[in-house]
Design a protein around this ligand. Structure first.
Ligand code: IPM
Ligand code: MG
Length: 368
């Protein structure tokens, strides 16, 4: 494998500690397989704001275009609550997504057998669950104009955002969902609120047309977002791939994450367009946030971050072998009853972030 240039953006809170675990893992893989890499680490989010007064420096953004892939930790925390919205830690992440045009956010929710008891749902409801949420990531009310908070003539104020989608924005994310559905169970749910919103009516119309022209062999169901939230906790195994807008995807993916037992388990990939030489810009990040309350205490679960790296191997570097080895190692570590605090159960062995990271490497050591 040619040397891969990877940009590391650990960010805030538990971001740096979980990123450390991936760095150990990359080092191990480079020793033991054809995986070859170089990294650079830069500031993002609150850490960047504290040092440079902005959550994402222009030069970091410009530089981000020069890497084969980006690994992102987490951003945010109460420390920056008082900061103006455009300078908040989250704004750094949103700007990266938008400027790199990472429109397709893949959020798999997979329940590992050993953890089916850790879910807040009955284990038989989630045992074997494997679903994929495809969240549109660069449009909708996250970026729609106009937005703001303003004073009205009568002296009261109002706050507003704009939910807006263009035809190409809906089509391109739907194509990604088609592609995934074809490789999986060929079942796709498109989720919106076409019973209430114009943008929802439009979403359904565009998905339906694209399905007729490009996705006939896929079985497509339309579902309202509120019903989808309810169905996710009622009978999650009815889903295979879900495609939805930015805001609904944000909500539904947290909900799906919890089905797996902990937010600490879920990785994600944010992908751009395939260019002519097959390269696709990509950022990989855990779905969990910066968890400032447990930061620096060795309590964080590194699995979502490690699985995000495994998605990088699969989607950016075509390295299915190492990607599967990592997934199996995670599975085995859980089978061996090792846990971090968020997924701890009676009779299991509680490990620190660092020790769980090491136990995943020990597992890999047996198989590489
Ligand atoms: C996510 C997060 C982000 C989002 C925040 C940190 C801006 O919740 O990736 O799900 O809302 O997209
Ligand atoms: Mg979220």
């Amino acid at each position: 494998m040619s040397e891969k240039k990877i940009l590391l953006l650990p960010g805030d809170g538990i971001g740096p500690e979980v990123m450390n675990q991936v760095e150990k893992l990359m080092n191990f893989l480079a020793d033991r397989s054809s995986f070859s890499y170089s990294t650079e680490t830069k500031l993002v989010g609150g850490a960047s704001y504290d040092k440079h007064g902005t959550p994402l420096q222009d030069e970091v953004l410009t530089d981000a275009f020069n890497y084969d892939a980006i690994l992102f930790g987490a951003v945010g925390g109460p420390k920056w609550d008082g900061v103006e919205r455009t300078l908040r830690p989250e704004a750094g992440l949103l700007r990266l997504r938008k400027e790199l045009d990472l429109y397709a956010n893949l959020r798999p929710a997979v329940v590992f057998d050993a953890l089916s008891e850790a879910s807040t749902l009955n284990s038989e409801l989630v045992l074997g669950l494997d679903l994929m949420i495809v969240r549109e990531l660069t449009a909708g009310c996250y970026f729609g104009q106009p937005r703001g908070i303003e004073e009205l003539p009568d002296g009261t104020r109002r706050g507003f955002d704009t939910e807006v989608y263009t035809q190409p924005e809906i089509e391109r994310v739907t194509r990604v969902a088609f592609e995934l559905a074809r490789k999986r169970k060929n079942l796709l749910h498109s989720v919106e609120k076409s019973n209430v919103m114009e943008s929802g009516i439009f979403w359904r119309e565009i998905v339906t047309k694209l399905h007729e022209s490009e996705g006939k062999n896929i079985s497509l169901e339309h579902m309202y977002a509120d019903n989808c939230a309810m169905q996710l906790v009622r009978n999650p195994k009815q889903f295979d791939v879900i495609v939805t807008n930015n805001l609904f995807g944000d909500l539904l993916s947290d909900c799906a994450a919890m089905l797996t037992g902990s937010l600490g388990m879920l990785p994600s990939a944010s992908l751009g367009e395939n260019n002519s030489n097959g390269f696709r810009r990509a950022l990989y990040e855990p779905v969990h946030g910066s968890a400032p309350d447990i930061a620096g205490k060795g309590l964080a679960n590194p699995i979502a971050m490690i699985l995000s790296f495994s998605m990088m191997l699969r989607y950016s570097f075509g390295d299915k072998k190492n990607s599967s080895l990592i997934e199996n190692a995670v599975q085995n570590v859980l089978k061996n009853d090792f846990r971090t605090k968020d997924i701890m159960q009676n009779g299991k062995v509680l490990l620190s972030t660092d020790d769980l990271g090491d136990s995943i490497i020990d597992e890999l050591d047996k198989h590489t």
